[in-house]
Design a protein around this ligand. Structure first.
Ligand code: PNS
Length: 161
């Protein structure tokens, strides 16, 4: 019997309801889904790696075949080390496609065994991004419904003066 492991990589700074929607969809079709947070030394994130791990773990505790992990370096190397056959990415709109296609092709070049699977999040989250959520929260706008309540509370705490 085939046991398909997929990696859902990203920055998750912070995790949004769009990410969670995709995790839920991915968990239904893969045997194991590893949500992998990129440790990017070139970017200063709003939330530390520890905070992002905690948030994602808390939000996905009901999904028994989902694991949260961190990685650095090439995604293709990490995926193969995890025994994964697939990379899961979300496409919200046509504007995402070019960047995603380029990454998928590059990952295939790096390791032809790796398939990238694209899934479409629920329509309600088609305009949600971590960048916009950070920006709205920074200026005191409401992010209710865009992120889990626990993430909303953490954002409020980050930006309270
Ligand atoms: O949530 P993001 O920021 O859109 O995720 C981007 C991510 C983490 C998937 C991408 O930057 C990545 O895979 N980085 C790891 C380095 C790598 O493998 N680079 C070559 C990709 S083609």
């Amino acid at each position: 019997m085939k046991h398909v492991i997929a990696i859902y990589p990203g920055t998750f700074d912070p995790p949004t309801n769009g990410h969670l929607d995709l995790i839920h969809r991915g968990a239904k079709i893969f045997d194991e889904l590893v949500v992998a947070i990129l440790h990017n030394a070139e970017k200063v994130p709003l939330f530390t790696m520890e905070e992002r791990l905690e948030m994602l773990r808390e939000c996905t505790q009901a999904e028994k075949n989902v694991r949260i992990d961190t990685f650095e370096g090439l995604l293709a190397d990490y995926a193969v080390a995890q025994g994964a056959q697939a990379v899961l990415r979300g496409i919200r709109a046509v504007s995402d496609y070019e960047y995603e296609l380029q990454m998928a092709m590059m990952n295939r070049k790096l390791d032809p065994r790796l398939e990238t699977i694209f899934m479409i999040p629920a329509e309600a989250y088609s305009y949600v991004s971590s960048r916009l959520v950070r920006e709205i929260a920074q200026f005191g706008g409401s992010v209710t419904g865009l992120v889990p309540e626990m993430v909303e509370a953490r954002l409020r705490k980050k930006f309270q003066s």
